[in-house]
Write a new protein. Sequence first.
Lengths: 94, 144
Amino acid sequence: MTMSEGMVLHPERHALHGITVIIDTPGSVTYIGRFDVEDKRGVHLINVAIHDAESDGPAEDFIAQSRRFGVRVTQKHLVVPHVDIKTILRLGAA
Amino acid sequence: MPYPEMMVKAMRDDVTRLGAKELRSVEQVDAELANPAGTQLIFINSVCGCAAGAARPALAMALSHSVVPDQVLTVFAGQDLDATARVRSYVSEYQPSSPSAILLRDGEVVHFVHRHMIEGQSPEAIAAGLVAAFDRHCSPTMAA
């Protein structure tokens, strides 16, 4: 193949490295951002959108809007501590 | 900060050799998008190997389909900053995303493939989505 392809150029990284994910927390906050790395501090996200259902409305709407119109980035880098992670799902998942 | 041009030339060539017209200035973008007619696909190229490494082959596969947009355009995010920003100004309802592919019909967005729809997908799967959009929005009966 002559194309400059490369499905993953960082084979030593986490399987979700480079993937935009939704992190649901035990509280009202939901994060959407690109999974970078995971270490003892937690999961490092880059280009992050943050939603608080208590002030911003249903998280489902936030997720649907992000899927349709893209991620409205408000923070370049964020570490989500492990204790704050309930689930991690791919934004691109059906 | 843009990468050295020698690092991205092959990535540009991957797209332009498919017939895509590369837009590298605001003026070039405006010349193509200010008075749109018909269907236009804008491929926002990117250095990122995780996603763009699949998106470029996918574009090649999709453009070999029997139904394709009237015009294929490309800008390179992170490299041609002003041109990319100008393209995004035409689709400002959507958040910046690269790589991505935007299908316009008469200047209106009819299909948007965001980066998050590309990540982790095979070129074949991405191409299938583009082809479905071409069939839906670019067939001759749509233009009639």
